[in-house]
Design a protein around this ligand. Structure first.
Ligand code: MLT
Ligand code: MN
Ligand code: ZN
Length: 312
């Protein structure tokens, strides 16, 4: 008999393609949010699901929209009266849009394994005390992502999920809520490898630069999901959402457009396919008829959408 798992290659689903706030964002009347409210495409907040066998899934970040995202994808539904195909969560950073969804998993029957960089694990145990709050419910099992080396991802009972994960610290700054913190890693890019087939997903939803860390994660990947938050450095200011709004680089997001933007550099990383994720609602690439969207597509780069799936 053929083992169905042996026919399966690693699969990734973009659960949410938007940055914090989503599209539309509750208090935003920018052209993209207005279009989404008037029959255009809405986007949920940043998260990806990945699986090596189609049966057990790993969430890459846990967004505030997680409940809707899990309901939207049949492979993520429970198979019995209680249970979940979600075996573990991996966090790339401690931002609210990537972590708040952990609270929505509190009904879990067993402590949920949560892999995170050391700096993030410290924040979630203290300044943004999700781990402490959740300990009154199912609890989480914090697992620190080692730096440099790869870890074989495993579920709550330690059964391997068939995917190895290497984390590299990317250029960023700690979350806004973090008070003076010691030196620690708060943001990583991930290189996820199907241990059986070698298929590789690079996941870098937040990056302030295209540096050696990003290169090491992305080189030769079958798919690279990369930070598409902003088109330009002054996007928030020019969108009229606040004259004192921070610039993209100040927020730790390399803009897609402009001199030194990621559009110039991404095609040289050696990833087979490049897809932008974590896209802010102000970003003109969300408008299908914009000049910026045309430039992204001309570079062979895909603007990620919710529910996009990849075989790796
Ligand atoms: C980010 O990705 O820069 C943050 O999620 C922004 C925020 O919501 O504070
Ligand atoms: Mn974010
Ligand atoms: Zn908006």
């Amino acid at each position: 008999m053929t083992n169905p798992a042996s026919l399966f290659t690693m699969r990734a689903i973009i659960l949410g393609s938007a940055a914090g706030g989503g599209v539309p964002q509750w208090n935003c009347g920018c052209p993209n949010c207005t279009a989404a409210r008037n029959g255009g495409r809405a986007r949920t907040q940043s998260s990806v699901a990945v699986s090596a066998d189609g049966a057990r899934w790993i969430l890459l970040n846990a967004s505030p929209d997680l409940r809707t995202q899990l309901a939207a994808h049949r492979p993520l539904w429970p198979s019995g009266p209680r249970g979940t195909p979600v075996g573990a969560v991996v966090l790339t950073d401690g931002e609210i849009d990537h972590t708040l969804g952990l609270l929505l998993l509190r009904e879990s029957a067993a402590p949920l394994p949560v892999y995170a960089p050391a700096g993030v694990a410290a924040l979630l145990g203290d300044q943004w005390p999700l781990y402490r709050v959740l300990s009154a419910y199912a609890g989480v099992e914090p697992r620190v992502l080692p730096e440099g080396g790869a870890v074989a991802l495993a579920d709550a009972v330690g059964a391997p999920l068939g995917i190895s994960c290497r984390a590299a610290a990317v250029a960023r700054r700690p979350p806004r809520y973090a008070r003076a913190t010691g030196a620690a890693t708060f943001d990583v890019g991930l290189r996820l490898t199907d241990e059986r087939t070698g298929g590789t997903l690079a996941y870098v939803p937040t990056a302030g630069a295209l540096d050696d860390a990003v290169r090491s994660v992305a080189a030769g990947a079958d798919v690279l999901l990369f930070d598409g938050t902003f088109w330009s450095d002054d996007e928030l200011r020019t969108a009229g959402v606040g004259g004192d709004a921070p610039g993209a680089r100040e927020m730790g997001h390399l803009p897609v457009g402009g001199p030194g933007g990621s559009l110039e550099l991404l095609p040289r990383l050696g990833a087979k396919r490049v897809v932008l994720v974590h896209i802010n609602n102000t970003n003109p690439i969300l408008c299908r008829s914009s000049a910026e969207r045309a430039r992204v597509e001309a570079a062979g780069i895909v603007v990620g959408e919710d529910a996009m799936e990849f075989e790796l």
